[in-house]
Ligand binder design. Structure first.
Ligand code: ZN
Length: 62
């Protein structure tokens, strides 16, 4: 599986259906066969990046 943002494969599993891209530092979760993307803010909160991506781009790629 590849990161929808950087297309990298440097993705680590951090929980059930939760992944982290070590290349661009975003958190990925999987919902309905799509990635949900979140950026971890310096204060530890998450902000959604889904608006920045098209549906197609959020499809899970092997
Ligand atoms: Zn990435």
């Amino acid at each position: 599986m590849r990161c929808p943002n950087c297309k990298g494969k440097d993705i680590g599993k951090i929980g059930t259906n939760q992944y982290y891209c070590w290349n661009c530092f975003i958190e990925l979760s999987i919902k309905d066969d799509r990635f949900c993307l979140h950026q971890v803010e310096p204060d530890g909160s998450l902000s959604s990046l889904d608006d920045l991506f098209e549906e197609e781009e959020r499809k899970i790629m092997e």
